[in-house]
Design a protein around this ligand. Structure first.
Ligand code: AMP
Length: 567
């Protein structure tokens, strides 16, 4: 593996206006991710774009920043429309836009998704919002009612286009493309490039520039063991402290995504008594060298770094690399973990993955040609006994340094306090700084919650039903929902998560009475009778809907189909 880093592109090189650059700097973004470095100049130049990218690559900023650069805030009209498959993603994109537009006074964005009231949405659209982020179903409703205007639309972005097509929204997407003015600039992002996505691009886009991330950095990193700990975002710090108690860490590099995060985490670790410092691109070359030097000499044990700042770092003592945040691409991951296992020593690379990020693991496994071992978070008991044995080891080595003076002290203290020896030892422990953690309660960290997709909240209180017909019959969620609305007399927003299998489909619905079940049983879609019946979740399985697990890598290359799920 080579350590010579390619010249790094800066945000300032991409042609973004000052208010956006300022926002990025206050968010602590250091350098553009690969997809951003390619997509931003293309979109700023007015070209249509077809981007193969998935969550985690920084794709949201890749389209959000050029969109914002083109918004005329003084014009109170919808100038950009962004379509996303789920409510969750719509909200995330809207929030990201707000963050990046923090220095654009008067800027407004609205998220439109199913299951929420129409009235406030009408009002907001009437007042005029600059950007609308919508799920296709709700957007179609608004188009039907004429509440959304397309005259000033400058951008149309499809995010996770493959997911929207999978959900059966091809016709709705066509209708949107036909509705926007001819000159509207279009960007389509998709994690995979199935024929359906290509067809949309061919039909509606002007010679789009195609961007895909290069993958396949296969390096052999023989001296490094890789592990993954599944942990939700707000338990990462606790998980890290625990990790430091159970792993034999000599020195550790912790990778985070932003400069701000590197400072914050280093401070919090210092506050917890660790010898930690930040290493990021804001530090002068001299300060950076100082940090590295202190790490080499053992004056520091933990360095919290951003990717750029830690490039090429070569310190033998580094026994562990912690990916506190996942990197944006597999190449960065390989660079990161290569900071350990140097000079023939063995090293451990640990990855914190949130449930949402679980699916990215196989990309990293491919890039490194190794398995990443899943690791359970150490239990409270393991932590307690770890602390106890460390103290026992310290006491044993201290015994060599005790002598007559210490013994005299003990007898004086026993006399002065009138305690017996055990009471005295307990009292000493209670005031010994290093032993404080021994009496602190240790709780088990909660397991990371299952991933929430758009619509999950609606599934609470719903019952799972099974219908005949699945992927093999080209059953799509939309006709199914239409049939449930028409024949089951359900409201669209009452329908929860839908999971397609090969020959059948699971759908979360309010409990249906016998008459409704009978009405639905004979309804046919694509020549298959639904034969709907209740389908309780098996014991031990979460009652939440199973998460969708698209099998694709960072660069969006489709993977061979997963083994059929037993259900
Ligand atoms: P996305 O792939 O759009 O879901 O972004 C993944 C995460 O990376 C989000 O938390 C973003 O805020 C963050 N992010 C995006 N671009 C950058 C960047 N250039 N530097 C640091 N963090 C970023």
């Amino acid at each position: 593996m080579s350590d010579t880093a390619p010249a790094t592109v800066q945000f300032a090189d991409l042609g973004l206006p000052a208010p956006l650059l300022q926002a990025l700097s206050s968010l602590g973004y250091e350098t553009p991710s690969p997809i951003q470095a390619e997509a931003i100049p293309t979109l700023l130049a007015g070209e249509d774009l077809l981007g193969l990218a998935q969550t985690g690559t920084g794709k949201t900023a890749a389209f959000a920043l050029p969109v914002l650069a083109g918004i005329d805030v003084s014009l109170r009209a919808t100038q950009a429309l962004i379509l996303t498959p789920t409510r969750e993603l719509a909200l995330q994109v809207a929030e990201a836009l707000q963050r990046y537009a923090q220095n654009m006074r008067g800027f407004s964005v609205l998220a439109l998704y199913g299951g929420s009231a129409f009235a406030p949405q009408f009002k907001a659209l009437e007042r005029g919002v600059h950007v609308v982020v919508a799920t296709p179903g709700r957007l179609t409703d608004h188009m039907r009612r004429g509440s959304i205007k397309f005259d000033d639309m400058r951008f149309l972005v499809l995010d996770e286009a493959d997911e929207m097509l999978k959900m059966g929204f091809a016709d709705d997407l066509d209708a949107v493309f036909e509705k926007v003015p001819e000159k509207t600039q279009k960007a389509l992002f998709s994690a995979t490039m199935p024929a359906g996505v290509r067809t949309v691009a061919r039909k509606h886009m002007r010679e789009p520039k195609e961007i895909r991330l290069h993958s396949g950095v296969t390096s052999s990193l023989d001296t490094i063991t890789q592990k993954v700990w599944e942990v939700s975002n707000h338990h990462k710090l606790d998980a890290m402290t625990r990790l430091l108690e159970v792993e034999p860490v000599e020195a550790m590099i912790v990778f985070v995504r932003t400069k701000t995060a590197s400072l914050e985490l280093a401070e919090r670790l210092e506050a917890r008594g660790f010898a930690a410092a930040a290493l990021n691109g804001d530090l002068s070359q001299q300060l950076r060298e100082q940090v590295v030097d202190r790490l080499k000499r053992g004056l520091l044990d933990i360095v919290v770094a951003t990717d750029v700042a830690a490039r090429g770092l070569d310190v033998e003592r580094i026994s562990h690399v912690l990916n506190y945040d996942l990197p944006h691409d597999s190449e960065s991951y390989v660079h990161r973990i290569g900071r350990t296992g140097r000079a023939g020593r063995s090293g451990t690379a640990i990855l914190f993955a949130t449930p949402r990020e679980r699916r990215l693991l196989h990309v990293l496994e491919k890039a490194t040609g190794q398995k990443i071992q899943p690791q359970a978070l150490p239990s409270a008991d393991a932590v307690r006994s770890g602390r106890l044995s460390k103290l026992a080891a310290r006491l044993n080595s201290a015994r060599e340094n005790t002598g007559a003076l210490h013994q005299q002290l003990v007898s004086d203290l026993l006399e002065l306090t009138s305690m017996d020896p055990e009471e005295l030892a307990a009292a000493l422990l209670s005031i010994l700084p290093g032993a404080k953690t021994l009496v602190e309660p240790v709780t088990d960290l909660p397991a990371a919650p299952p991933r929430r997709e758009g619509g999950d909240e609606r599934d609470a209180g719903l019952v799972r039903y099974k219908v005949q017909g699945g992927r093999a019959n080209n059953l799509m969620p939309k006709p199914l929902v239409d049939a449930l609305v028409k024949h089951g007399r359900l409201q669209r927003q009452q329908i929860g998560h839908i999971k397609m299998f090969t020959e059948h489909t699971g759908v979360y619905l309010p409990a249906l009475d016998d008459a409704t079940l009978a009405r639905l049983a004979d309804v046919e879609i694509n020549g298959v009778a639904l034969q709907i019946r209740s389908w309780p979740a098996p014991p031990g399985e979460s009652d939440r809907p199973p998460r969708r697990a698209p099998r694709k890598d960072f660069a969006g290359k489709p993977k061979p189909p997963a083994k059929p799920r037993r259900d």
